[in-house]
Write a protein that binds this ligand. Structure first.
Ligand code: MG
Length: 163
């Protein structure tokens, strides 16, 4: 059995904020995502995609942004917790494809590291994970450098349960 899921997230970018995307710390980036957690929009989109595919709700229900426990949270850890629920329901990752739209940071040099981080959390091989970065070309809030937006599509696989 296969199930597909998609996730989307957007965070405002502000000067002087730490910039963590896909669990990679872009130390030289002058701006970073604003959020209740670390604002890692890439991890948030992936979390929503896997929860959605498994029919297990969404990131906001699992980690409410009103809960002080998740203030400044490491979003790779949030994904790890969400994936534990998904894997517990018998799902494994078929493949994951992610697109990040932002003027900065430049993702390309770190695609392998991001795929490795996600693969480690999702119990799969990096070759099953695609990471793509693109820019807004001056258009929209991404193009003006106001935000980072991430899209994720995931395919989950599970053995048929025979009753
Ligand atoms: Mg978010």
């Amino acid at each position: 059995m296969h199930r597909i899921g998609q996730g989307w997230d957007r965070h405002r970018l502000a000067a002087g904020r730490p910039c963590v995307l896909g669990g990679v710390d872009f130390r030289d980036c002058p701006v970073g995502p604003v959020g209740h957690s670390d604002g890692d929009a890439l991890c948030h989109a992936v979390t929503d995609a896997v929860l959605g595919a498994a029919g297990l709700g969404d990131i906001g229900a699992m980690f409410p942004d009103t809960d002080p426990e998740w203030a400044g949270a490491d979003s790779l850890e949030l994904l790890r917790r969400a994936w534990a629920r998904v894997a517990g329901a018998g799902w494994r990752l078929g493949n994951l494809d992610v697109t990040v739209i932002a003027e900065q940071p430049l993702l390309a040099p770190h695609r392998g590291e991001i795929a490795g981080n996600l693969a480690g959390v999702l119990g799969t091989a990096p070759r099953r994970i695609g990471i793509k970065g693109t820019r807004g070309e001056g258009l929209g809030p991404e193009g003006r450098g106001e935000c980072v937006t991430a899209w994720a599509v995931v395919l989950l696989e599970r053995e048929e349960r025979r009753t």
